[in-house]
Design a protein around this ligand. Structure first.
Ligand code: RIB
Ligand code: CA
Length: 317
């Protein structure tokens, strides 16, 4: 059975691998890609998205969305300060040929609303791998939208340590108000893949070699992106080999192989919007006696071998 999906991205190296996998896997039908401010500014996330689609000759439409968080003027701290340490980790433009296909003229928010509100739109899975600004704006503009989205898969948050602050993961930190609005909207099936899951299923150089051996544009393109991530990923003293998480692509693997997620808990999830030191923190409440209803399933561990095999299968197609 084919799963129809829309991807909301801030492309980004790992978003790019997610797009390749979603566009290529035979059990997935990618209906559209919406871009948002995040890893890099919107003008680059949309251009990178178009480059990735062009690289594999895909005619999947791409739409530009929000160029800033819904409340904050830029991000909680300016982008150039955030990326000061290693400006090469997130390059503005991915190393693929400049796009030749333009973005669609409609906004990402319009596309999201129209897609899910259309007849038959309520079987589309939404996968969000960037800050949740586009979706929060769409939910605000169309109150019926939350009830029309059957399944939402989010890369965001951390139960353990964060990757921007001690407790905050990037996507939730960039637009915490949007993340909180999305998680409070009443979407019925929400699956969150936080850093705990993505860091437990890192890919290594041997995975890149395997993708190169597949030889398709998606495979070799992903191998190059993942090698870049490995080269620039901060050293983990516990690591025994050169690896890096490919966060966003794990969301796509979970659509086809739910068993890639080896530990998943039910909980009530909020995102901190006011803390002086905890802005953007994912607060996951799993207490059996909590008085708020469960609003998400949260993956805490994943299997790197299943993930890698999934990508190989996707890139072969
Ligand atoms: O924290 C990881 C997330 O932040 C990924 O989605 C990555 O692409 C960046 O957006
Ligand atoms: Ca991303």
């Amino acid at each position: 059975m084919t799963t129809r999906l829309i991807l909301d991205v801030d492309t980004g190296t790992d978003d790019a691998v997610a797009i390749f996998a979603a566009a290529c896997h035979p059990e997935l039908e990618l209906l559209g890609v919406t871009a948002v401010n995040g890893n890099v500014a919107l003008k680059y996330t949309i251009e990178n998205t178009l480059r990735v689609l062009d690289h594999i000759g895909s005619d999947v439409p791409a739409f530009a969305g929000a160029d800033r968080p819904i409340v904050r003027p830029d991000m909680p701290i300016p982008r150039h300060i955030l990326n000061g340490d290693d400006p090469q980790f997130q390059v503005n433009e991915l190393d693929f040929a400049p796009s030749t296909t333009p973005a669609r003229p409609e906004s990402a928010v319009r596309f999201l609303i129209d897609s899910f509100m259309a007849d038959g739109g309520d079987d589309i899975v939404l996968v969000a791998t960037g800050p949740l600004t586009n979706l929060a704006l769409a939910l605000g503009a169309e109150p019926r939208l939350a009830g029309r989205i059957p399944r939402l898969v989010i890369m965001g948050g951390a139960r353990g340590w964060g990757n921007v602050t001690a407790v905050a993961e990037f996507n939730f930190w960039v637009d915490p108000e949007a993340a909180e609005a999305v998680l409070s909207a009443g979407i019925r099936d929400v699956l969150i893949l936080p850093l705990d899951a993505t860091h437990s299923a890192q890919l290594g150089l041997e995975d890149c070699d395997a993708f190169d051996a597949v030889g398709t544009p998606a495979a070799t393109g992903s191998a190059a992106l993942i090698r870049h991530r490995i080269q620039h990923y901060p050293d983990d003293p516990a690591a025994v080999r050169a690896t890096a998480p490919v966060h966003d692509a794990l969301c796509i693997a979970a659509l086809v192989h739910p068993e890639v997620l080896t530990e998943v808990v039910d909980g009530t999830v909020h995102v901190e919007t006011a803390g002086e030191r905890t802005l953007g923190e994912m607060v996951l409440d799993t207490r059996p006696w909590r008085d708020e209803p469960t609003n998400a399933r949260v993956a805490l561990r994943a299997d790197a071998q299943i993930f890698s095999r999934f990508l190989t299968d996707a890139f072969r197609s």
